[in-house]
Design a protein around this ligand. Structure first.
Ligand code: NI
Length: 226
């Protein structure tokens, strides 16, 4: 399940992040890559634990905690402190699967990566190339979203960032350990919750909402690992 979550950051937060990223020092993105990924990775990252990373990571983390679609689609147990990258012309990240377990640079967070996430900080008009392509059983999906929008997808998916051929692509990326490890179960819960939200909006007070909501929570109780 690949989910597009619009407007995770508002215009003011977005401009603040972009301005801080313009002033920041950058390092080679291979610092956080595994052995195989390092061979296909060519981008820049904000240094982990540096002042810009900590400040911007906090802005993104707080926005995620307030976003109902993110919470429903991902059912986060632990969220990795968001990282930030930049692809200039000629940069890209070839096909790979993200590492199964990630530890933050200071060792304070260690998670199993169930979900991968990319938050777009540049608009699609600002660069050519730089598509995130994600493979699933239905084929290869190309993702290029408005600035401030987020995409989440199963972390066991093969994916890549195609080379940028014009402009610059800024993004934040991170991983989530979910309360529900199985992606098929997560997808069922998300569909059920989305249907409950829709019914609550369109037919408030419908009698079936009580049992649907009970079923949602009882399935989550069956499947959640805490
Ligand atoms: Ni990746």
């Amino acid at each position: 399940m690949i989910v597009h979550i619009p407007e995770v950051l508002d215009k003011i937060q977005l401009e603040h992040c972009r301005e801080a990223m313009r002033r920041a020092g950058w390092v080679d993105g291979r610092v956080t890559a595994g052995y195989r990924s390092a061979m296909v990775k060519n981008n820049l990252q904000l240094p982990e634990g540096g002042p810009e990373h900590l400040e911007l990571g906090d802005i993104v983390s707080r926005a995620l905690q307030r976003n109902p679609v993110f919470l429903s689609a991902v059912l986060p147990q632990k969220v990795f402190p968001p990282l930030f990258n930049r692809y200039g012309v000629g940069m890209g990240f070839g096909s790979h699967v993200d590492n199964a377990v990630r530890q933050s640079a200071d060792g304070s967070v260690r998670i199993r990566t169930d979900v991968s996430a990319t938050l777009f900080l540049s608009g699609p008009e600002e660069y050519d190339g730089g598509e995130l392509t994600v493979e699933d059983t239905y084929g290869c999906h190309s993702v290029k979203l408005p600035a401030g929008d987020l995409v989440v997808y199963p972390a066991d998916s093969l994916h890549e960032v195609t080379p940028v051929t014009r402009g610059e692509r800024l993004a934040s990326f991170f991983w989530v350990q979910s309360l529900v490890r199985d992606k098929a179960k997560r997808a069922l819960l998300f569909e059920l919750d989305s249907a409950i939200v829709q019914l609550t909006r369109d037919v408030p007070g419908h009698a079936a909402l009580v049992s649907l909501t009970a079923t949602y929570h009882n399935l989550l109780r069956q499947w959640a690992e805490t």
